[in-house]
Design a protein around this ligand. Structure first.
Ligand SMILES: [Cu+2]
Length: 476
């Protein structure tokens, strides 16, 4: 299991009901709160937590739940039992005073008990407890982190404690190759049938995904990745794609922009029966015309597509076009030094399915963890922009270098337009091309500026760049 967890210690005020059974239990105290984030995900009961100790105990129990760590609150002894066993001998454990508690992890006491008041050298509760409560939350988090083998960071500016397991980092790192392949328009390896048909398998499954390092979500994926692997074939190829549904609900695949037999169009109850959990369906068609396309389900769209089920479908022309010239206008009928794909979408980590994503992504990654494009001065690139966001328009803007729009919706444009910002509605693809004529780190980003912040209301609050952004790194 891959886990990272965040304990947010908000601004803490005087005037809270401390100790057990305070009136503030279950209510947000005015102006102050303690939020618990796990994998960047706000835990269900933590939104209403005050700094009341009894609620802090709930927060710790929520964390334990999410870690699949058994937990039990022993009110008589004021002990929070975590891990295994959830009961045992308290011999030698100092009984906590009223308002505090001991955390027993795997039968051993954590050195720091949960204690909202702390005690001064005379054994009296310390007044002016704002910082102390925060410190205590941190101390508990620190101890838990140490005991559970996680790394720990405190961000004083955001009153944020971040805990990250090595497993969460491993998930993030395990995605790098897939993210890079999608960016570089590399298609998945087909199996070639006796008659030359290119065969692929796309398996829908829920899978961990980290849009940025330290934020983990359960994505709706094809082959365990969001976006799914790119399918890249040549005009005229016969294609056979076996869709395996390992989700807990029906699904299909629609081939967006392709010309194919109606029965292969992937629309549940219109062109086919929805593919049930555990079932599969074979799509067969001929790659109709060259261009940049996409694939995605057409069942429970907001959840499935919004959760990461989409991928690029690229059809190359039968005859490879000539290399792009050293100077002059660029067009669709050219081969470029670099061929990139950027699927524009996002994840709703703490936002509801009907809200906009709080982590906008390029190929499943939010800045600063979007891999940059690297080019040498004079090189050319095609970037296949694909807006597969469920509802959002994106205005992609490149700094310092003009680009030409060479294709739209899988078709060459008759007169490439020179631009620095191009707008894509949901479902649109736009191929842009440019020549790296100036060295530097050039931003390529959506100019709807709340699409370039990570975390919405719950995390970094936009002070730093995030979301739908990457860098074009041009060197001599
Ligand atoms: Cu945008």
């Amino acid at each position: 299991m891959t886990i990272s967890l965040y304990l947010f210690a908000g601004t803490l005020h005087n005037g809270f009901a401390f100790g057990e059974g305070g009136d503030a239990k279950g209510e947000a105290a005015e102006g102050g709160s303690t939020m618990v984030m796990l994998n960047g995900v706000m835990l269900p009961r933590s939104g209403l937590l005050s700094s009341d100790f009894s609620e802090m105990r709930i927060a710790v129990m929520d964390v334990a739940d999410a870690l699949a760590l058994p937990s039990r609150w022993d009110a008589d002894n004021r002990v929070l039992w975590l891990g295994n066993p959830t009961s045992g001998s308290l011999a030698g454990v100092k009984k906590p005073r009223a308002g505090a508690a001991v955390i027993m992890l795997d039968g051993k006491p954590l050195p720091t008990a949960v204690d909202p008041l702390l005690i001064d050298p005379n054994g009296m509760p310390v007044s002016g407890t704002e910082t102390l409560i925060g410190s205590n939350v941190m101390a508990v988090a620190d101890e838990l982190a140490k005991e559970l083998g996680m790394t720990y960071q405190y961000d004083a500016g955001n009153h944020r404690i971040s805990l990250l397991t090595s497993a969460a980092k491993e998930q993030f790192e395990s995605e790098e190759a897939a993210v890079r392949d999608v960016l570089e328009s590399k298609g998945m390896e087909p199996h070639i049938a006796a008659d030359g048909t290119k065969e692929f398998t796309l398996t829908a499954e829920l899978h961990d995904w980290a849009p940025v390092n330290g934020v983990l979500t359960t994505a709706w994926t094809f082959n365990g990745q969001a976006p799914g692997p790119t399918i890249r074939v040549t005009e005229g190829d016969k294609v056979r794609i076996t869709f395996v549904n390992n989700l807990n609900e029906p699904s299909t695949i629609h081939w967006h922009g392709l010309h194919l037999p109606n029965a292969m169009d992937g629309i549940p109850d219109v062109t086919q029966k929805a593919v049930q959990p555990g079932q599969s369906f074979v799509y067969e068609f001929t790659a109709s015309h060259p261009g940049t396309f996409m694939y995605h389900p057409h069942y429970d769209d907001m959840k499935q597509i919004g959760g990461g089920m989409y991928g690029a479908f690229i059809i190359d022309p039968k005859t490879a076009p000539p290399k792009a010239p050293q100077a002059g206008e660029l067009s669709d009928n050219m081969t470029f030094d670099h061929d990139y794909t950027m699927l524009l979408a996002g994840f709703r980590i703490n936002n509801a399915v009907e809200d906009e994503p709080d982590y906008f992504t390029i190929n499943g990654r939010s800045y600063p963890d979007t891999p940059p494009i690297r080019m040498k001065v004079g090189e050319t690139a095609r970037v296949r922009l694909i807006n597969i966001d469920t509802a959002e328009v994106h205005t992609m803007h490149l700094h310092g270098i003009d680009f030409q729009v060479i294709a739209r919706n899988g078709h060459a444009v008759p007169y490439p337009e020179t631009m620095n910002t191009v707008m894509l509605g949901p479902g649109e693809t736009v191929d842009i091309a440019f020549r790296a004529d100036s060295p530097g780190d050039w931003m390529l980003h959506c100019h709807i500026l709340d699409h370039t912040m990570n975390g919405g209301d719950h995390a970094t609050m936009g002070a730093e760049m995030g979301g739908l952004m990457t860098l074009v790194k041009v060197t001599e």
